[in-house]
Design a protein around this ligand. Structure first.
Ligand code: HEM
Length: 206
């Protein structure tokens, strides 16, 4: 393996550990959330087709997102992958292997030019559709309880995807340009100060 790639993989590992720590401390993400879903997996997994159809109908009804499938992978193939991801997520298969795969999921979306805002909005779409199903099937208190666990796990995945997006873009750029990270960080800090000033003076209104 090329030394620079080996280095990127090591940094990815470190980033992943940091995100897991953030989730534990900031939203009390724990094994319990995964168990809450797993204990109801028969019901939650039975919603898979409906949730997946709704997710992809939304993407196919918006020309900007529909175009992505025309230039990438056929929607039927992606739907199947997404369905498996959902089945694993509510099936209690959220472990180290699953976390690592989410980094790869982020990479896949960068490769096809899918922006983070689209990912975040679609995560929100999925979570609201899930809540509607939960309210239909469970008593309100249980519905909210299950939804909260689902919401934490989905947000966790999106956090990894978004951080993975920034991570791969940044590391990829450093690598391609052969730049030293410390130097780039200093230059970026200066650029950010310049941008901060320009936005404050010319972009926002009071
Ligand atoms: C909540 C947001 C999303 C989640 C959790 C998600 C999840 C996934 C997963 C798990 C895969 C399979 C990755 C693998 O091969 O292991 C995948 C693939 C893919 N997704 Fe998403 N996705 C999301 C949003 C989107 C959006 C908004 C689009 C398009 C507008 C999209 C387009 C694709 C495409 C084209 C692939 C196939 C890539 C390939 O096989 O090369 N996804 N997604």
């Amino acid at each position: 393996m090329q030394a620079s790639i080996e280095n990127i993989l090591k940094k990815a590992e470190k980033k992943l550990t940091e995100i897991i720590e953030d989730a534990k401390n900031l939203v009390q993400f724990s094994e319990k959330d995964i168990q809450v879903l797993e204990q109801r997996k028969e019901i939650l997994q039975s919603w898979a087709d409906e949730l997946v159809d709704d997710f992809y109908n939304t993407l196919l009804n918006y020309p900007k997102t529909k175009r992505i499938f025309e230039k990438s992978v056929p929607v039927e193939v992606v739907k199947e992958k997404f369905k498996n991801w959902y089945l694993e997520l509510v099936g209690g298969k959220v472990d180290e292997k699953f976390y690592r795969r989410q980094f790869f999921v982020g990479l896949v979306h960068i490769y096809w030019g899918i922006e983070n805002d689209v990912m975040i909005f679609m995560a929100n779409h999925l979570k609201r559709a899930f809540l509607n199903k939960a309210l239909e099937v469970f008593e309100p208190e249980e519905a909210v309880y299950v939804f909260q666990a689902f919401s934490k796990v989905v947000d966790f995945v999106i956090a990894i995807t978004v951080e993975g997006y920034l991570f791969t873009l940044y590391q990829g750029l450093l690598d391609v340009a052969g730049l030293r990270p410390a130097l780039v960080e200093r230059m970026m800090k200066m650029k950010l100060e310049e941008m901060y000033k320009a936005f404050k003076e010319n972009f926002i209104y009071f």
